[in-house]
Design a protein around this ligand. Structure first.
Ligand code: NAD
Length: 435
């Protein structure tokens, strides 16, 4: 059993802390957001993630999981000093596309001031290559008492919506280390989790994360580009993707054509990977193309709406789903937000329903009527856009939906429905890359 401090209790930090507690360690999660810490201390969970709340309750009850608002307290909680500190704060994009590492730097400084014994400081946040070197230099600069430490990179590959499951059953665990001592510590921390362990140097681990996310984004843009050709030729992208995906070298996942990728990871990680490559002297043009195709998918959805409704001014458009993918309440960089903004700028009024993202949507979206069911979302609408493929949208009563709409226009931005069935019901049905 190790003593672990996790800094940042967002999607990654809270899941990491909870799952490491579940694995048997004693974990203290720290966040600078006092409201979040208060919520967590009173048994409430600030994010929606399947299975997380139950696991938090269990580990808090068994006294393996604690929450506090300061890094020194988290690192020396109830007289026990942390063996490892995981940095899991945000690394959002700056306007030029590079990652904003200010918080990582501040946290590294705070950790240094609290060091009392050998500690492994672990980058859990997604960071550009060479960040580990900068974190080590920062610590050295403020480590006046010369306390021994190691910096390590342990990128996280969990997906929002299945984060707990992904953390406890990962495809691999990547440990980027610069000493045997740090490797041993991290191996011991991850011992209860069954997965292949890949040990690398720190820079390679950092690149593994950016390269993996950018590759997945590329797969999505690739099939979206194929979908665009399908639309121009009358082919069906779902049939094409099926035929491609059975090839084991390609694989079937991430071959769903749609409105493009979004979320807090792919867009910013792809940008940051492009930016760091350029900074190091390599123009990674492929990544630019991936981004351009992705932007084009949102425009394609808008275009379909315009093709069906002509003028958008005064039209009412309903959104089924707002989160960037199902099973999460995360709206960061969700394609829905951009599409809504464009429609509003052309004079359309928007009504929307999402199974779990409504509280967050209420805080973010301006002038959007948020309703409580999919059926309410159809009421009076000139068009419905299926934006997120939540499972509850699979089995809607579309006769009821159609009866409530002013015009039966259904834009399926995730290819969730059967085109023939929808047309038979009388919808003007449009999807992505399918006739
Ligand atoms: P998040 O915004 O949900 O969480 C970050 C947390 O850090 C917030 O709770 C914030 O209050 C806290 N924080 C900020 N400054 C702090 C400080 N000085 N001290 C303590 N806490 C502080 O972000 P996230 O989605 O959890 O992502 C965190 C990192 O993990 C990012 O680098 C992201 O790219 C990476 N990542 C995210 C995912 C994902 O699916 N969300 C997956 C893999 C990796």
């Amino acid at each position: 059993m190790k003593n672990i401090c996790v800094v940042g209790t967002g999607y990654v930090g809270l899941v990491t802390g909870t799952c490491l507690a579940q694995a048997g360690h004693r974990v203290v999660c720290v966040d600078s957001d006092a409201k979040k810490i208060k919520m967590l201390q009173s048994g409430k969970v600030p994010i929606y993630e399947p299975g997380l709340e139950k696991l938090i309750r269990k580990n808090v009850r068994q006294k393996r999981l604690h929450f506090c608002g300061s890094i020194p307290d988290g690192m020396h909680h109830q007289g026990k000093s942390a063996d490892a500190v995981f940095i899991a704060v945000g690394t959002p994009p700056l306007p030029d596309g590079s990652a904003d590492l200010t918080t990582v730097e501040h946290v590294a400084m705070e950790i240094t001031q609290a060091l009392k014994q050998y500690t492994v400081i672990v980058e859990k946040s997604t960071v550009p290559v060479e960040t580990g070197g900068w974190v080590a230099k920062t610590i050295q600069a403020y480590n006046y008492k010369n306390i021994p430490f190691d910096v390590a990179s342990n990128p996280e590959f969990l997906r929002e919506g299945s984060a707990v499951e992904d953390f406890l059953h990962p495809d691999r665990i990547v440990l980027g280390v610069s000493s045997k001592k740090a490797e041993k510590m991290l191996r011991e921390i991850y011992e209860p989790i069954q997965a292949p362990i890949v040990v690398t140097d720190i820079k390679s681990a950092e690149i593994i994360k950016h390269a993996s996310n950018s590759f997945l984004a590329m797969k999505i843009s690739y099939i979206n580009a194929v979908a665009n050709l399908c639309e121009k030729t009358g082919a069906d992208v779902t049939q094409v993707a099926h035929g491609m995906g059975l090839d084991k070298r390609i694989g079937a996942s991430f071959l769903n054509a749609g409105a493009g990728y979004g979320g807090f990871c792919f867009p910013k990680d792809l940008e940051a990977f492009y930016w760091i490559s350029k900074k190091k002297g390599y123009d990674f043009k492929l990544l630019q193309a991936v981004k351009e195709i992705n932007e084009g998918q949102k425009e394609a959805v808008l275009h379909k709406v315009e093709e069906e409704l002509w003028n958008l001014n005064g039209k009412r458009i309903g959104f089924l789903g707002l989160s960037f993918k199902p099973n999460t309440d995360d709206l960061r960089f969700a394609p829905s937000l951009e599409i809504i903004g464009h429609l509003q700028s052309k004079g359309a009024s928007i009504q929307a329903y999402d199974p779990v993202a409504m509280p967050k949507a209420g805080r973010i979206l301006k002038n959007v009527r948020l309703v409580r069911t999919a059926y309410e979302c159809a009421r009076g609408a000139d068009a419905l856009i299926l934006m997120t493929e939540w499972s509850e949208f699979k089995d809607l009563d579309f006769k009821k939906i159609k009866n409530r709409m002013r015009r039966p226009v259904l834009i399926d931005a995730r290819n969730l429905y059967d085109p023939a069935a929808m047309r038979k019901l009388g919808f003007n049905y449009r999807s992505i890359g399918r006739p």
